[in-house]
Design a binder for this molecule. Sequence first.
Ligand code: ADP
Ligand code: MG
Length: 884
Amino acid sequence: MDEPRLPVLRSYQSWIANETLEDYSLRYAARSFRKWSPFVIANTALGGISFLALEAIGGAITLTYGFSNAFPAILSVSLCIFLTSLPIAYYSSRYNIDMDLLTRGAGFGYIGSTITSLIYATFTFVFFALEGAIMAQALKIALNLPLVVGYIVSSVVIIPITFMGVTMISRLQLVTQPVWALMMVLPFLFILIEEPEALRTWVDFAGAGSGGERFNYLAFGACIGVLSSLVIQVGEQVDYLRFLPDRSEANQTAWWTAMILAGPGWILIGGLKILAGSFLAVLVLASGLPRGTAVEPIQMYVKAYEYVTGDPALVLAAATVFVLISQIKINVTNAYAGSLAWSNFFSRATHYHPGRVVWLVFNILISLLLMLLGIFETLELVLAVYSNVAIAWIGAIVADLAVLKPLAISPAFVEFRRAHLPNVNPVGCGAMAVASTLSIVCFMGAFGPMLQAYSAPLSFLIAFLSAIGLGVATKGRYYLARAPSLPPLPVGTTTIRCELCAHSYEPSDMAFCTFYERPICSLCCSLDAHCHDACKRPGPALERFRRRYLGRSFEEKIAPRMGQRLAKVGGILLALAVTTGAVFLLTYRIVGLGLEPPQLDSGTLLLRVYVAILPLLAVGAWWIVLAHESRELAERDLVTSLERLREAQHELARKERLAAIGEITATVSHELRNPMGTLVSSVEVLRRSLHEPGPEARGELERIQRTVWRCVRIIEDLLEFSRRRELSLAPLAVDGWLRQQLAEQQGLGSVRLRLDLAAAAVVRADGERLWQAIANLLQNAVQAIEASTPQGGGEVTIATRIEGGTLVLSVADNGGGMEKTVRARLFEPLFSTKAFGVGLGMPLVKRIVEQHGGEVRVASEPGCGTTVALRLPLAARQAGTGDG
Ligand code: ADP
Ligand code: MG
């Protein structure tokens, strides 16, 4: 079964089609790509938990709120993180989709989850900046490298590794893991052996703020707020866990172990690292260094390594190497996850995807900007503000995965394809909006210090409960936009071809597009700017479009959409206002908390705010450019489609005309054949019966005879052209055959015929038909000569020769030649420049030669004559030696 292929509508530049670079960003991770063992994937995912922000956070909250508050907060948040991460890790590993795709199907809808992509992207670049800053601190202490240079170095080194995606990252994590683990554990063993009483100092540490000596609800809540931002880390874990192989009988244990350890299990090691940071910060502080220094991980590990060796140079070297390894390990993950999140965000917002690699660089640049802004000093505050929103997101997802799915209120699987998802699902979007608004209001202190301290857990709780409430209220109606769309597949189908980009993908990544009426892959679907989600509304797509865009008067088109437009403007304005507000709030709080140097004048303050807005402007600039390019692309598509349509229409019209002419001519020529035959014989009889006709009468008789013959040939051409005949092939010794045929041919009038037969070869051919072709060429040549009267007399040369296994049979004349325009239409049926021409000669020649497996080549210059060369394949040798 060979169905005709539809033309390709979309072509991706090569690096988007290259999945080693692209890593199925925006797609389900194909089974064929998931060749790693559960161990390798788990190891890759766990490689990221080397991040030293854990230590920095642990240190910071302990120094501020004391051990009695920090410690219980670390334990309880760790437990919560484990519980919330479990369902997320499970569904992502089971359905092989990353955090963004998961969010779409877990209650947010296709467009609704763009906002969470943005939140997730923020997480990755904020943490990238934190880690980069930590690395720069180490470089400064060890190599005396200025901080700014350190920031740039720590950003740039990440690009080449992350460029190749998970393939390269998994190798890096595999190689560095043992060294990292050893360097991590070693100093603590030494501390425990050499100075176990250090633990006492830690436990007794009271913190800098008031009330840190004892457990205190406010301080405990504040610790929780800072720690809560770490919930999002599961997103980075599942960005890798989606590459786990399918679960099977054989790999059951390995699969579950990998999923749990590298999914929610990250916090087991992560929690220990927070505690380690808490412990080391106290140790550094106790040794007399200032608070600001004590929370720097490089200082912590310098302190720790002092227990391992007495050599200060060695201590510094070890601590630096450890920090560098840790930072590279985490920041490849941050950069990688960020590139996925941005791809997700922009592909939906603009229907344009310049490639994951572009977003990788973009994400790193934003991080660099944050580092230059001095993100590290404001760590706690940034994280606390961020937590409120991020946690609302996680709360809503967990509600869907852990409650609504098991209760069968939402579908059991996670849908991610645009074609099958409603744009907005009120369950997740609503819950997140309510929860983050309320918790931010609380965080700003509107409802007193207690709710302010607990705004983050409150955010989770509100999101979780309201998502369940909304899910039950909407009865899960907004999870799927339509029923499964692909026709039942034959057993054993592994991939389906996307008829838009011509690449093949696994069925889970494909849908049936009702707009183009063909199978489409999830990325082509996401990027399509023409369909306006036609598949999700009932009724035939084109009909709806006609009604929507064509069938109305101007006012009707504009007015009813006014409401829609106002809603859109309102929504976008709200989003912009909130983001700008967040930037101002942050700057305000930074100044309010006295984190900035006291001499800050209003000029510097404005500059600060201005620089803080720059990353937002960068996002906006990309948005505008991509949206514009996407529209241009759409317009170009449209023009191309129109051109194709016009071509198709021309072709159709031509075929119809030919078919009609063919039918008429077949009948007419058939009817004319017999009368012509009668004419031929009558003239012959007449000539014989006339005794001694005068020269005038003889001339007339011959003219009648010639003209009748010409008519007969035209009729034959017409008949020949209107029916298709099979060839009856036989070996033909070309040169001899040609001589014989030409001898039988009546004279060519005043035109001289020259033969140059040098082929001495045999072809398999239908002699009668091949002659028909040559006779046509001869006729054209003679007519061209007669029409132009060349100097030196008209001459037609028929030549044969062998050229690399082909016979070249050429008919050359020194007539008037052809203009370019004539040459271009030479083989068009019914094209003729002659008053008496039918215009079927050359098409017939072409058809006959092609039936013989050959081709026709024409060389012609106006004023210099024409050479038509027929190139025919030679017969196999046996046939050649047979008869000749
Ligand atoms: P017809 O001979 O009925 O016009 P053909 O298909 O044989 O139709 O040729 C199409 C046109 O190609 C001719 O009308 C003539 O303009 C041009 N042509 C073909 N052969 C020659 C030639 N040898 N020299 C110049 N023009 C030619
Ligand atoms: Mg002709």
